[in-house]
Design a protein around this ligand. Structure first.
Ligand code: KG4
Ligand code: ZN
Length: 342
């Protein structure tokens, strides 16, 4: 059995985990910074970086203690090296480098998006490459053909907001606070999606991409009109967003070539209505559907440790630099307005 220590610090979660090559999560801890950022309605990079500095080292020690292990028992150290808020990424990466040096262990620099992209394989040993992945997080909304470890072909991305960002902005408009996705999902469950007409940007478009900025503006106008219940607005927003992702994903299924499954990952994949709609789409195309358990959808270190397991045998130099931007498919054309959050 080989064990990888994973470290995640690219946004507002400080996290460490120990994962084996047999897919066992031996221990994992996540320190959320929600309280620190709530007064600002979003993540403040400087506050996040400082909180990572304070929390990460004791968190790693506690994670090792949970598993009854010491640094000497670990086979490699995997840390998010980007993309994300650069101050936080540097805290995690520099900590990983120090541990790698002190323990004479290989360092594996992980792309945070690869952590999300491979996370379904941590939960499901039978999920084989290639698969079609819908990656929906706070900073990204992409469709990718996942052909192997390190082999990603981007089929679509957002030309403006990420899907998680649209959920967060809707939450802000409805006064639901931060973080917004789970709150919008809860409120949507009590509303009538048909009660508020909202646009579905790019629905049916011949181009492959996503767009959510117009939907967000329509949510703002609907709220300002003052004639709709908040629950109805939340339900209508969630349904419009789902209609968009189903339409775009249907198009990508046709464009992707043969795949073993339709997979969803990233924070928004925790949303039950999103998962259910994708499951129906997959079934309609005779495709298997896979999604990590909700706690592995939002940012965590188990997915980073798992990406490290998938990369065992390769290692990165101790001068590997943190990357604020790091696309999974370096050959893909940049599109207007792609987000920086991972
Ligand atoms: O993957 P993640 O934890 O962090 C990033 O890498 O961005 O994704 C966070 C995003 C946030 O925008 C959050 O509002 C959204 O995922 N999210 C949800 C749900 N849970 C988290 N969106 C909709 N429904 C949810 N249940
Ligand atoms: Zn993420």
């Amino acid at each position: 059995m080989r064990v990888v220590l994973g470290i995640e610090s690219s946004c507002d979660e400080t996290a460490a985990a120990l994962v084996t090559d047999g897919r066992a999560i031996l221990a994992q801890r996540i320190a959320s910074q929600d309280e620190a950022h709530r007064p600002y309605g979003g993540v403040v990079p400087e506050i996040a970086a400082r909180a990572h500095v304070e929390r990460l080292t004791p968190l790693i020690a506690a994670t090792l203690a949970d598993a009854g292990m010491a640094l000497a028992d670990i086979d490699a150290i995997a840390a998010t090296a980007g993309p994300g808020l650069i101050g936080g990424v540097m805290v995690g990466l520099v900590t990983a480098k120090a541990l790698a040096m002190a323990g004479d262990k290989p360092l594996i620099a992980i792309n945070h998006l690869e952590g999300h992209a491979l996370s379904p394989r941590l939960a499901d040993a039978t999920l084989a490459f290639p698969y079609l992945l819908l990656l929906v997080s706070g900073g990204h909304c992409q469709l990718l053909a996942v052909e192997g470890v390190g082999r990603y072909r981007r089929l679509a991305t957002t030309i403006d907001d990420a899907l998680g960002e649209a959920f967060d902005k809707t939450a802000k408009i409805l006064g639901l606070g931060y973080p917004g996705g789970p709150a919008v999902e809860r409120l949507a469950g009590q509303g009538n999606a048909g009660a508020v007409p909202l646009p579905r940007p790019l629905l049916g478009s011949a181009e492959p991409h996503f767009s959510f900025a117009g939907l967000k503006s329509a949510v703002l106008r609907a709220r300002q009109a003052g004639s709709h219940a908040d629950a109805d607005i939340a339900a209508a927003f969630q349904q419009a967003a789902i209609d968009c992702i189903i339409d775009r994903t249907r198009r990508a299924i046709a464009a992707a070539g043969p795949v073993s499954a339709l997979v969803v990952a990233g924070g928004v994949a925790a949303n039950k209505a999103v998962r259910a709609a994708l499951e129906v789409l997959a079934a309609g195309h005779g495709l298997r559907f896979a999604a990590p358990p909700p706690e592995l959808c939002t940012d965590n270190a188990a997915m980073i440790a798992w990406a490290g397991v998938e990369r065992l045998g390769r290692s990165d130099p101790l001068d590997f630099a943190a990357r604020p931007r790091w696309p999974l498919d370096a050959a893909a054309e940049p599109v207007r307005g792609a987000g920086v959050k991972a």
